[in-house]
Structure formats: structure tokens, C-alpha cells
Write a protein that binds this ligand. Structure first.
Ligand SMILES: Cc1ncccc1N[C@@H](C)c1ccc2c(c1)OCCO2
Length: 116
């Protein structure tokens, strides 16, 4: 039976990876709906339906203020953006489709960077 790896993975490049990934998300052509916090006053129902709002500018602030313990807590916040989007928006809508596109892009990029 293959011995389970006892060595921890090298996390010394994780902060640099989070910075690269966030910059790519912020500059993606479909990032618009996710760049700033949803204003609950201009989006009826949002405050009631979405319990934990998250957006790229909030993630940027948290990264700048060293509020992410590790790569995992960063990925959890990015996925929260896309999970909120799926919960509130129809798949067949401008914002819904943008969310799916951005989630696929993020998933591919962090797995690529982790493999490097
Ligand atoms: C991510 C999200 N989910 C549900 C509702 C809103 C939003 N985003 C806000 C910024 C937003 C607010 C208004 C918009 C917009 C985006 O994109 C299309 C044009 O009008």
C-alpha cells in the first residue's frame, strides 16, 4: 500500500500565488459584477438571500491586511463569491453566466499554479 505522504507541501509560494490569482480575477473581462460589494439597497432581496456577501475588493483588502491564514482560506472566499452568484442569479442570465465563467477560470488557474 502506497505510504501516505508525511511531508507537508511547500507553502512558501502561496502568498505570491494568491496575489497572482486575485490580479487575474480582477482583470478578467467578466469580473465586472464581482469587483465591488453588491449594494443591497440597489438589489432587492440580496441582503435576505445572501448570508455571507463577498467580492474581489473585499478579498483584496483581506489579502493586503494579512487576514488569510493560508491558500485554503483564500480559495474559500473566492468560491464564496461564485456560490453567492449561483444562489442569487439564474444560470441563464448575464451575471449568472459570468459567475460560471469566472469559477471555471479560477479553478483551472489555481490548479495550474499549484502544479508548477
Ligand atoms: C454579483 C451580483 N449578484 C447579484 C446581483 C448583483 C451582483 N453584482 C452587482 C455589482 C451588480 C449590480 C448591478 C448590475 C450588475 C452587477 O451587473 C449587470 C448590470 O447591473
Amino acid at each position: 500500500k502506497q505510504e501516505s505522504p508525511r511531508t507537508a507541501r511547500d507553502d512558501s509560494k502561496d502568498l505570491a500565488m494568491c496575489r497572482i490569482l486575485l490580479a487575474e480575477l480582477e482583470s478578467h473581462q467578466d469580473a465586472g459584477p464581482f469587483l465591488t460589494p453588491v449594494n443591497p439597497k440597489s438589489v432587492p432581496g440580496y441582503r435576505k438571500i445572501i448570508k455571507k456577501p463577498m467580492d474581489f475588493s473585499t478579498i483584496r483588502d483581506k489579502l493586503t491586511n494579512s487576514q488569510y491564514l493560508n491558500l485554503e482560506t483564500f480559495i474559500i472566499d473566492v468560491n464564496l463569491v461564485f456560490d453567492n452568484c449561483e444562489k442569487f442569479n439564474e444560470d441563464n442570465s448575464v451575471i449568472g453566466r459570468a459567475g460560471h465563467t469566472m469559477r471555471r477560470f479560477f479553478q483551472r488557474r489555481w490548479t495550474e499554479l499549484l502544479r508548477q
